[in-house]
Design a protein around this ligand. Structure first.
Ligand code: KG4
Ligand code: ZN
Length: 343
C-alpha cells in the first residue's frame, strides 16, 4: 500500500497531509489569513512568503502526527494549479525537492479535484458515478464524475461571473464584516431572518450555470438604500438563503437529470451550515445520497492533495514529469496535471 505526501499552497493555506489507502495518517496546516485581513483579500506575495516559512515546519509536523519517517513515503503529490502563481510555485518547488531527494515519483494535482477527494477521507471511495458541486473562493462548478483518477471530468455547469465564496467575501465587505467573508456572513446570519429580503435567484430553470454578481449588486443596492437602518443579520441571512437555494436546487436537478444518485458538495463554502442543512433536506426529498466532508476538510488543506495522489498511485497512473510547472488557471478536465509524456 502506497504512502503519499501531499502539499497544498495554491492560496493562503499551507497544507501538508499524509494519506495511505484512502486513510489520513497525519496532517498540518498553517494559514496567512490574518496577514491578509487588513487588505480585505489575499495578497499573493504575502501568501508566497508565508508558504516559504511554514512549509518545512508543516511537513515535520505531519510526519510527527502520522508517526512515520520520510523513508516510508512512496510518492509526493502537489497542487500545481489553479491558484496564485507565486504561491503555487513555492509548494511545487518544495514537492520537487522532496521527490528528488527521496527519489520518489511526483504527481501534479488539480486543486479542485483535491477538494472532491477530501470527501473520500471521511466517507470512503466515491461510487462509480456521482455529481460534485464545488463551491470555493475561486470556483463554482457542477461536475459529472466517474473514476476521479482515471476518467475525464465533465462540466455540467460553471459560474458565469463571481464564485459562490467570492460572493460571500464581497457581501461581507459591503456589510462591514471581517475577511474571510464566508464564516463572517454565516455568523451574522445566525441572528437574522432568511425571509426578510427576497434577493434574486439568478438563472434558475436555465441549465446548470450559475451567476452571483447580480445577487451581490442587489445586496449593494439594499445596503445603500437602508443607510442607517441596515439590519446586517437579516441581509446576511437572506443573502445566504439565496445562495444556498440556487446551489442546492441546481445540484439536485443535475443528479436527477443524469440518473446519478450521489451528490458530493465540497470546497470552502461547503463548510456553510445553512448550505449543508438545505442540501440534506432536498437530497432526502429527492432520494439522493449526500456526501459532504467535515468543515475542516472543506477549506483548503494538504490531506486532500495527498488523497488525490493516493488515488493516482493506486490506479497505476504515470507520475508527472520533473518539468512540471505551475498552471495558475488550469481548467478542471482531469485530477492529474501533466502526467509524464504529456509535454
Ligand atoms: O476552498 P477554499 O478554502 O479556497 C479556495 O480554493 O478558494 O474556499 C474559500 C472560500 C472563501 O470565499 C470563504 O469565504 C468561503 O470559502 N467559506 C465560507 C465558509 N467558510 C469558508 N463560505 C460560507 N460559509 C462558510 N462557513
Ligand atoms: Zn480550495
Amino acid at each position: 500500500m502506497a504512502v503519499v505526501l501531499g502539499i497544498e499552497t495554491s492560496c493562503d493555506e499551507t497544507g501538508v497531509g499524509i494519506v495511505s489507502d484512502g486513510r489520513l495518517l497525519g496532517a498540518a496546516l498553517a494559514s496567512s489569513m490574518e496577514e491578509h485581513a487588513r487588505f480585505g483579500g489575499v495578497v499573493p506575495e504575502i501568501a508566497a512568503r508565508a508558504h516559504l516559512e511554514s512549509l518545512v515546519p508543516c511537513v515535520r509536523a505531519a510526519f510527527l502526527r502520522a508517526g512515520i519517517a520520510p523513508s516510508e513515503i512512496d510518492a509526493v503529490a502537489v497542487t500545481s494549479g489553479p491558484g496564485l502563481a507565486t504561491a503555487l510555485q513555492t509548494g511545487l518547488a518544495a514537492a520537487k525537492a522532496y521527490a528528488l531527494a527521496w527519489d520518489r515519483p511526483l504527481y501534479g494535482v488539480h486543486h479542485l479535484a483535491g477538494h472532491v477527494a477530501a470527501d473520500t477521507l471521511e466517507n470512503g471511495p466515491l461510487p462509480s458515478r456521482s455529481v460534485a458541486l464545488i463551491v470555493s473562493g475561486g470556483h463554482t462548478s457542477l461536475l459529472l464524475l466517474g473514476d476521479l483518477a482515471r476518467d475525464p471530468v465533465v462540466h455540467l455547469g460553471d459560474t458565469r461571473d463571481d464564485a459562490a465564496g467570492e460572493a460571500f467575501d464581497k457581501v461581507a465587505r459591503l456589510l462591514g464584516l471581517a475577511y474571510p467573508g464566508g464564516p463572517a456572513v454565516a455568523e451574522a446570519a445566525r441572528d437574522g431572518d432568511p425571509g426578510a429580503i427576497v434577493f434574486p435567484r439568478a438563472m434558475l430553470g436555465t441549465g446548470y450555470d450559475f451567476s452571483f454578481s447580480g445577487l451581490k449588486s442587489a445586496v449593494a443596492r439594499h445596503v445603500e438604500r437602508a443607510g442607517g437602518t441596515l439590519a446586517v443579520p437579516d441581509v446576511a441571512a437572506s443573502f445566504q438563503e439565496a445562495v444556498a437555494d440556487v446551489l442546492t436546487r441546481k445540484a439536485v436537478e443535475a443528479c436527477l437529470a443524469n440518473g446519478v444518485d450521489t451528490l458530493v458538495i465540497v470546497g470552502g463554502v461547503a463548510a456553510n451550515r445553512r448550505l449543508r442543512d438545505l442540501a440534506a433536506e432536498r437530497c432526502r426529498t429527492a432520494g439522493l445520497t449526500l456526501r459532504i466532508p467535515p468543515p475542516g476538510l472543506c477549506t483548503d488543506n494538504g490531506a486532500m492533495i495527498a488523497a488525490v495522489g493516493d488515488l493516482l498511485v493506486t490506479s497505476g497512473a504515470p507520475p508527472s514529469s520533473r518539468h512540471l510547472t505551475a498552471d495558475p488557471s488550469a481548467p478542471l478536465s482531469r485530477a492529474h496535471l501533466d502526467p509524464a509524456g504529456a509535454l
